[in-house]
Design a protein around this ligand. Structure first.
Ligand code: C2E
Ligand code: MG
Ligand code: MG
Ligand code: MG
Length: 279
């Protein structure tokens, strides 16, 4: 009897696994063609200085519109692209698109681009980024690269060398999702960061969880003592904003100040501007 029910469970499990595996393989395959088939696009979310509520830059966030599945969340497809390696090609496309977009803006605002840990496996990541900056004409100091702690686990010396060279160009390096990875504070000592981003999970818990508040306070204080600007992500309410402003944070990013969306209007894109009446 036990045998039979065991088999039943196994069959059910197999069938589910089978579908999951097939879906994943299909997405993996579809992702290989997503750039060429023009299914990818970027949304831009503002980073705001709380002292004057001015936008200081935008983070480029990748979107995938699949012909059958519709919009697939980056939380779903980025891990697949990372495991299958397509993130290499996709990441290059993202960098190029984001830089092309930013050079068209009226104001020389910062553009933040997320870089996958997998992209650091490329021996020529530096050359790729330098080439994109040169071709697009974006000033290196306008580019911020967001990396997570996962990028700092393997080949630490190579990653460090790449980051140091990028910084010499003027590119800034941002530690994204700070405090959520397999982190060690010594990473802040070893790697040349220009900014820390507090993960939205801490912000979301701010109202209910005193520990989240304490962690945010500690990260902001850490940033201040290391002379690193701190951005708080995921700020959705005035109350959350007030708390982090009181703690001394100067930059925020979140639905309160703007959802990810279309790029800001630019000097060369006619469709974004109201039609001018010709005299
Ligand atoms: P991230 O870099 O930490 O980006 C912030 C995420 O928080 C974005 O999710 C953004 O839409 C979301 N967010 C912003 N404000 C709020 C808020 O007020 N409340 C809440 N609940 N969420 C907010 P998104 O766009 O789904 O991206 C998820 C993650 O996917 C990113 O996290 C990043 O790790 C990754 N990702 C996105 N675009 C790229 C890319 O071009 N390349 C790579 N390698 N990863 C990317
Ligand atoms: Mg980011
Ligand atoms: Mg983040
Ligand atoms: Mg994240």
């Amino acid at each position: 009897r036990a045998k039979r029910s065991g088999k039943g469970v196994a069959c059910f499990f197999d069938a589910e696994m089978d579908t999951a595996v097939r879906t994943r393989r299909q997405m993996e395959n579809d992702l290989r063609h997503a750039v060429v088939r023009r299914q990818l696009f970027l949304e831009y979310q503002p980073l705001v200085d709380v002292r004057d509520d001015r936008v200081v830059g935008y983070e480029a966030l990748l979107r995938w519109r699949h012909p059958d599945r519709g919009l697939v969340s980056p939380g779903v497809f980025i891990p697949i692209a990372e495991e299958s390696g397509s993130i290499i090609q996709i990441g290059e496309w993202v960098l190029e698109q984001a830089c092309l977009e930013a050079v068209r803006w009226n104001e020389p605002l910062a553009i933040s681009v997320n870089i996958s840990p997998v992209q650091f496996l490329l021996p020529n990541l530096f050359d790729q980024i330098e080439g994109i900056l040169r071709r697009t004409g974006l000033e290196p100091r306008r580019l911020e690269l967001e990396i997570t702690e996962a990028a700092l686990i393997h080949n630490r010396d190579d990653v460090l060398a790449t980051l140091v060279r990028l910084r010499l160009l003027g590119v800034r390096i941002v530690m994204d999702d700070f405090g959520t990875g397999h982190s060690s504070l010594s990473n802040l000592q070893t790697f040349p960061f220009d900014k820390l981003k507090i993960d939205c999970s801490f912000t979301a818990a701010l109202d209910k969880d005193p520990a989240a508040h304490a962690i945010i306070r500690a990260i902001i204080a850490l940033g201040q003592s290391l002379n690193l600007p701190v951005v708080t992500e995921g700020v959705e309410t005035e109350r959350q904003k007030q708390i982090i402003v009181d703690e001394g944070c100067r930059q925020i990013q979140g639905f309160l100040s703007g959802r990810p969306g279309r790029a800001p209007s630019s000097s060369h894109s006619a469709q974004d501007r109201p039609k001018r009446i010709e005299a």
